[in-house]
Design a binder for this molecule. Structure first.
Ligand code: NDP
Length: 262
């Protein structure tokens, strides 16, 4: 029941595009639908892009005709920059600092080279965002969750955290690390009200593939030949669904694939 999301504050990383943007919007729409009063903090590197997603959230909320609630803050943050993460709360309005749900979504894959041909800077960039960035943001929130004895961490893993494929050594290593980190944290928090979820999408058509092929839109599109990929909204629905379960239910892992992805 989505009414469990009423009054919650959600922090979504990587909210300027794709799954993160769809998730921010769906939290906003759910709350409108229920005549809400909740907030979403949208975080990414591209300030203009998060601002426009935050505006879309605000207008969805406004269109519902509600008089109360719905604060949507767009805050520029590179999760791979430890100094920016450390000073994050300085940028957050005081009334949005009690985050209830953290969606650790920021992540990417750069290139399809085999081991030996991968550039050091690409290896470092993927680990810095997908693993170390996710850990830094989690560390930032988890102490507060423990102090308040409430909270939900939802991490974006991947089918690439369960399987491997040629050309994906670094990306699959980062997503296997996300899986290990998430599963361990869940066990550490057992017997507390704090919940931990890993969402593991298969192929989702977003800017992800364009980033992977370094802007080559044709190569990016080719990946989806012969199958109908998931949409960002499909994954957003799983995230919001997991967040809306009753407090005694922890959705540990959700693997979501296109019907024709083996
Ligand atoms: P997109 O490329 O569409 O979006 C990625 C988001 O992450 C953008 O908002 C980007 O914003 C943000 N981001 C990247 N690096 C950073 C950073 N250092 N700090 C803050 N924000 C950052 O990809 P998806 O929506 O498809 O991917 C979202 C998540 O889902 C990722 O973790 C990805 O690994 C995972 N996933 C995706 C799949 C797919 O097929 N698309 C499959 C399985 C998992 P900005 O550039 O403005 O910083």
């Amino acid at each position: 029941n989505a009414s469990r999301l009423l009054g919650k504050t959600v922090l979504v990383t990587g909210a300027s595009a794709g799954i993160g943007a769809a998730t921010a919007l769906l939290f906003a729409k759910h709350l409108c639908h229920l005549k809400g009063g909740s907030n979403v903090i949208l975080v990414a590197r591209r300030a203009e892009a998060i601002k426009s997603v935050a505006e879309a959230c605000a207008s969805a909320f406004k269109e519902s005709g509600l008089k109360q609630g719905g604060k949507f803050a767009a805050i520029q943050l590179d999760v791979s920059d430890k100094a920016q993460v450390a000073s994050f709360w300085d940028k957050v309005p005081a009334d949005l600092r009690n985050v209830d749900i953290l969606v650790n979504n920021a992540g990417f894959v750069l290139g399809v080279e085999h081991v030996g041909d991968i550039k050091d800077e690409d290896i470092e960039a993927m680990f810095a965002t997908n693993v170390l960035g996710l850990i830094s943001v989690t560390q930032l929130l988890i102490k507060d969750f423990k102090a308040r004895q409430s909270g939900h961490v939802i991490n974006l893993g991947s089918i690439a955290g369960r399987e491997t494929y040629p050309g994906g050594s670094i990306y699959t290593a980062t997503k296997h690390a996300v899986h290990a980190f998430t599963a361990t944290m869940m066990r550490e928090l057992v017997n507390t009200p704090i919940r931990v979820t890993e969402i593991q999408p298969g192929m989702v058509e977003t800017e992800f593939s364009i980033v992977r092929f370094r802007g080559d839109a044709q190569a990016a599109k080719k990946v989806y030949t012969g199958l109908e990929p998931l949409t960002a909204a499909d994954i957003a629905e799983e995230i919001v669904w997991a967040a809306a379960r009753p407090p005694h239910v922890n959705v540990a892992e959700v693997l979501v694939l296109p019907v024709n992805q083996a």
